[in-house]
Design a protein around this ligand. Structure first.
Ligand code: PMP
Length: 354
């Protein structure tokens, strides 16, 4: 069964773990309580206009219910984290035995998978993307063994901007025997639909999304993992009891009511992405603008170190990715507001004239 298949992937100590029971876990509203003397909070309130004296709901129920409706899932399929970075960390800690298990990544990709693995003393195996940034299934199978617990697939990929094709994702879901974590931080900017609809069929799929990108709420630190309820339970078991603070949770919920505005913003950023790509392509110091399904462009230049420094001197900060695999002389440029992009284009044109 799906449950047995998943159980065998969990670290035995985590499977056996009896989680910390918080005051708010134990009291589930059996009676309509009005006097809470169970959590050693300060019953006099907070030294602020708003009362923050009470611990928040450990499971962020209203937010999960709203997200579940939006995504066509059930709340039991949702984990909320302090950014999706928290979910990356918890997946590693729940599934990877230090010094025994390994994870597989497809560089160049998001740096936190390897960093969190190193923190946990878990080996990172690399199945590089091809020089055109397409995935290489054979490379994945070459490095995978029975101790490969997590396969991190970032789609659209950071820093390259391309999506991994559905055919590849399905091949991995069919053939990789650990969890397949599809990081969809940038999915809202993409033409390709989310793989959330695959959750039904593939119990070993975990989908990461975030409020940090399309929703414009990076400072609040709210991210999601969508997965089989068994996996969600495991993550809930090992998270800090009150991992999301009450204001972040509430503001994320409020943002969901403004989905139309967010959609309009996504449309604008996609149009700006196309405009910026055209403008950059016309510059002599640009060799190639890679196609992007995200809110950034990977741009191969004639000299990334020099252009990076020159832009910095103009007060424009981009990301120098020249030391990443297959990214020689590449800058990763976030699509800005129309005014930001105008400034960037003008600065690059001036560089050129100088
Ligand atoms: N995944 C990818 C691919 C990212 O680029 C980022 C942020 N740069 C994250 C996850 C983490 O996002 P957050 O923790 O803000 O949700």
């Amino acid at each position: 069964s799906a449950r047995n298949e998943l159980e065998r992937l969990v670290r035995p100590n985590i499977l056996a773990l009896a989680p910390y029971r918080s005051a708010r876990d134990e009291f589930q509203g059996l009676a309509p309580a009005s006097v809470f003397l169970d959590a050693n909070e300060n019953s006099l309130g907070s030294p602020l206009d708003e009362d923050f004296s009470r611990y928040p709901d450990p499971y962020q129920r209203p937010l999960k219910e709203a997200l579940a409706r939006r995504k066509g899932l059930s709340p039991e399929q949702i984990f909320m984290g302090n950014g999706s970075d928290e979910a990356i960390d918890l997946l590693l800690r729940a599934f990877c035995e230090p010094r025994l298990d390994n994870i597989v990544i497809l560089p160049p990709t998001y740096g936190m998978y390897a960093v969190q693995a190193a923190v946990q003393d878990v080996e990172v195996r690399r199945a590089p993307l091809r020089p055109d940034f397409s995935p290489d299934p054979e490379a994945v199978f070459r490095v995978t063994d029975e101790r490969s617990k997590l396969l991190f697939l970032c789609s659209p990929n950071n820093p390259t901007g391309n999506c991994l094709p559905d055919s590849f994702l399905i091949a991995m879901l069919e053939q990789f025997s650990g969890l397949v974590v599809v990081d969809e931080a940038y999915i809202d900017f993409s033409e390709q639909p989310s793989v959330l609809s695959f959750l039904e069929k593939y119990p070993r799929l975990v989908v990461l999304q975030t409020f940090s990108k399309a929703w414009g709420l990076a400072a609040l630190r709210v991210g999601m993992a969508y997965a089989n309820p068994f996996i969600i339970n495991i993550l809930n078991k090992i998270k800090y009891p009150y991992n999301l603070n009450v204001s972040s949770t509430r503001l994320a919920l409020q943002a969901l009511d403004r989905a139309d505005e967010v959609q309009a913003g996504i449309g604008l950023l996609r149009a700006e992405r196309a405009r910026l790509a055209r403008a950059l392509s016309a510059l002599p110091q640009v060799r190639e603008v890679f196609p992007s399904e995200a809110n950034f462009l990977l741009v191969r230049t004639t000299d990334a170190d020099r252009i990076y420094a020159a832009l910095c001197a103009e007060g424009i900060v981009v990301r120098n990715r020249t030391r990443e695999l297959h990214c020689e002389n590449c800058l990763r440029i976030t699509v800005g507001s129309p005014a930001d992009n105008d400034r960037l284009i003008a600065a690059l044109q001036n560089l050129n004239d100088a």
